[in-house]
Design a protein around this ligand. Structure first.
Ligand code: NAD
Length: 271
C-alpha cells in the first residue's frame, strides 16, 4: 500500500511541530500539507524547519480545502472551534480525522457525531498508550472498590494550557464513573473553593495544577479509611501523543465511518 498522506492542522503549535517530526520518522506516512489559522505569523514558513528537522518543502497554508481534497487523513490538535470546522471538511472529503483537541463541549461532541456519519473520526483526550492503559486500570479499580473509596483526579500541565480539567483527567474520570456504573456529569466536582461542606459520598473530584513546562501528569487516587491507592502517569515527551495520532490515522484507513476512541485503536476497549 502506498504511504498515507497526512495533513497537520495547527502545524505551528506545540503538538503540530511534534506531529511533523513524528510523521517524518514513521514509515508508511507522508506529510501532505500543513495548515495554520488565518493571520498566523508562521504562514508561508517551511513545516520541516518549524519542526526542527530541516526543510521539507511543505509550506504552512491557511487554505485547507485543496489539501483535504488530496490527502487521506488529518491530524488535529488545535482548538474546539477549529476542530468543528475541520470535521466538516474532513467529512466532505471522506478522509480520516484524528482529533486530539480538548475542551470540546457536549454540543461540540454532538456536531462531531454528525461528521462521523460520513468519515472515520478518532477522538481522544489522550493519544498515549500509557494513559489509555491507565484508564483500563482505573475502570477496574473503581469497579472493584465501592464508594467507601473516594476518587480524586489530580493533574498538572504547563503554564500555556487553556482548558481545565485536562482532557485526560476527564477521560480518567469517565473511566472511573464507568467502573462505578454512574454518570460522570452528575457525580463530578470539578473545582472547590471556600466553604464547600463535606465531601459527598460517590463524588469524583478533580484538582488542577498549572505551571512551567510540564507535558502532562495525572494521578487517580482512591482514598479509603486508612489506605490510599494511587494510579499515575507522567508524560515527558509530546512524541507519545503524536505517535498515537499517526497510529490512529493508519488504523482508521480501512474502517467504516464512525466515531472511534484511542482505546479502539489500541484494542483496549473491552477491559
Ligand atoms: P498550541 O496552542 O501550541 O497549538 C495549537 C495550534 O492550533 C496553534 O498554532 C494555533 O494557531 C492553531 N490553530 C488554532 N485555530 C486554528 C485554525 N482555525 N486553523 C489552523 N490552526 C489553528 O497548543 P498545543 O499544546 O499544541 O495543544 C493543542 C490541543 O491539543 C489542545 O486542545 C491540547 O489540550 C490538546 N492536546 C491533546 C493531546 C492528546 O493526546 N489528545 C496531547 C497534547 C495536547
Amino acid at each position: 500500500m502506498s504511504d498515507m498522506g497526512l495533513i497537520v492542522v495547527g502545524a505551528a503549535g506545540r503538538m503540530g511541530r511534534t506531529l511533523i517530526r513524528i510523521i517524518a520518522e514513521t514509515p508508511g506516512v507522508t506529510l501532505a500539507g500543513a495548515v495554520e489559522r488565518e493571520g498566523s505569523t508562521d504562514l508561508g514558513k517551511d513545516a520541516g524547519e518549524l519542526a526542527g528537522i530541516g526543510p521539507n518543502g511543505i509550506l504552512l497554508s491557511d487554505d485547507p480545502l485543496p489539501l483535504f481534497a488530496k490527502a487521506e487523513g488529518v491530524l488535529d490538535f488545535t482548538a474546539p472551534k477549529a476542530t468543528l470546522a475541520f470535521a466538516e471538511l474532513a467529512a466532505q472529503a471522506r478522509i480520516v480525522h484524528v482529533i486530539g483537541t480538548t475542551g470540546l463541549s457536549t454540543d461540540d461532541a454532538a456536531k462531531l457525531d454528525a461528521a462521523a456519519r460520513h468519515a472515520v473520526l478518532v477522538k481522544s483526550g489522550n493519544m498515549s498508550l500509557g494513559v489509555n492503559l491507565l484508564a483500563v486500570l482505573v475502570r477496574q479499580a473503581a469497579k472493584a472498590l465501592d464508594a467507601d473509596f473516594d476518587i480524586e483526579i489530580l493533574e498538572m500541565h504547563h503554564r500555556h494550557k487553556v482548558d481545565a480539567p485536562s482532557g485526560t483527567a476527564l477521560l480518567l474520570g469517565a473511566a472511573a464513573a464507568e467502573g462505578r456504573g454512574v454518570d460522570l456529569g452528575s457525580s463530578s466536582v470539578r473545582s472547590r473553593d471556600g466553604h464547600t461542606g463535606a465531601r459527598k459520598r460517590g463524588d469524583i473530584g478533580f484538582a488542577t495544577l498549572r505551571g512551567g513546562s510540564v507535558v502532562g501528569e495525572h494521578s487517580v487516587l482512591l482514598a479509603g479509611e486508612g489506605e490510599v491507592i494511587e494510579l499515575s502517569h507522567k508524560a515527558t515527551d509530546r512524541g507519545i501523543f503524536a505517535r498515537g495520532a499517526v497510529k490512529a490515522a493508519l488504523w482508521g484507513r480501512d474502517k467504516k465511518p464512525g466515531l472511534y476512541s484511542m482505546a479502539d485503536v489500541l484494542g483496549l476497549s473491552k477491559g
